[in-house]
Design a protein around this ligand. Structure first.
Ligand code: PBG
Length: 321
């Protein structure tokens, strides 16, 4: 007898009946880049369809995204000025803090996440305090905790530490709890690789390091056992959710994190992963919608419950058409 798996591939209806992985609108989180000014809507050249938005434009964008089915956003900020200690990251009236308040007012149902890092706010562009060319871990923790606290105070539902400083999740949890924000959740960028795929983001967030690179704090791409250690540490420091980043070239890592931890797992489909698809599509070399959905499906199949992606709106559109 011949075994015939093709029986279950015959029609759309049958394929759908036996489909193992399904994307849903609620899986997606849309990243947004908030900048100073009013009426600013500046497209990022290496990320077609993604913009630097002033706060007034951000609130419009968020309302439109909510109408389109997006239920979560993550905010990044471009401050007016930068300094060595990232003052803009934890200022009460910082760009992200103001954006959080504005969005909370205009689209109260939206889940608001805030990226908790210093690199967009430091004059040198590193994710922590720098002394003699080195990023100093424990002093940076203090500032990261202040940043998370100011974001929580502004009304963020979830803070997402991405600086890859040791102990950052624990330091943030402690301050949040002490200050009465025990209900603010932490999405830990637990496994974040030093990746070439962040190139376009650094244009979008104007956060390229002035000297050196991030290899002394972000993870070395060949390592996977070390990724489990990073995930383990963040889990035990109190992370509510764990993230792997980038997504597609680290699906093996994502699937191992999924296997080991019984809390929600997120993956960040980063700027470079988005740009690759966009560029090939603009050249007419691939079918953008098809490649986008296949890519996002692979991330979910590998184990992500939550996918941060610049394609959030387009993906939801494709799902609901
Ligand atoms: C901040 C941060 C980065 C990204 C998310 N948070 C940049 C970096 O580490 O250089 C990258 C996101 C993307 O590429 O889409 N540290």
């Amino acid at each position: 007898m011949i075994h015939r798996p093709r029986r279950l591939r015959r029609t759309d209806a049958i394929r759908s009946l036996v489909r193992e992985t399904r994307l849903a609108p609620e899986n997606f989180v849309l990243p947004l880049f908030v900048c100073p000014g009013t009426g600013v809507r500046r497209e990022i050249s290496s990320m077609p369809g993604v913009f630097n938005l002033s706060i007034d434009e951000t609130t419009k964008e968020v309302a439109a995204a909510y109408d389109a089915g997006v239920r979560g956003i993550i905010l990044f900020g471009l401050p007016e000025t930068k300094d060595p200690v990232a003052s803009g990251a934890y200022a009460e009236d910082g760009i992200v803090q103001r954006a959080i308040r504005a969005v909370r007012q205009s689209t109260p149902q939206m889940i608001i996440m805030a990226d908790t890092c210093l690199c967009e706010y430091t004059s040198h562009g590193h994710c922590g305090v720098v002394r003699e060319g080195e990023v100093i871990n424990d002093e940076s923790l203090e500032l990261l905790a202040q940043t998370a606290l100011s974001q929580a105070a502004a009304g963020a539902d979830i803070v997402a530490p991405s600086a890859m400083m040791d102990g950052q999740v624990g330091a943030i949890r402690e301050v949040l709890d002490r200050e009465g924000f025990e209900n603010t959740a932490i999405l830990a960028y637990a496994v974040k690789y030093a990746s070439g795929f962040y190139g376009p983001f650094r244009e979008a967030a104007q956060s390229a390091p002035e000297f050196g690179d991030r290899r002394a704090y972000q993870m070395d791409p060949p390592n996977v056992r070390e990724a489990m250690r990073e995930a383990d540490l963040d889990y035990s420091e109190g992370a509510d959710m764990l993230m792997v980043k980038p997504a597609t070239v680290y699906l093996d890592v994502l699937s191992m994190v999924r296997e080991r931890f019984d809390i929600p797992i997120a993956a960040y489909h980063v700027s470079g992963e988005y740009a690759l698809i966009k560029a090939a599509a603009q050249k007419g070399w691939i079918d953008e919608e098809r490649v986008m959905m296949e890519t996002l499906t692979s991330i979910k199949r590998a184990g992500a419950d939550i996918i941060l992606t610049y394609y959030a709106r387009e993906a939801i559109k494709a799902l609901t058409k």
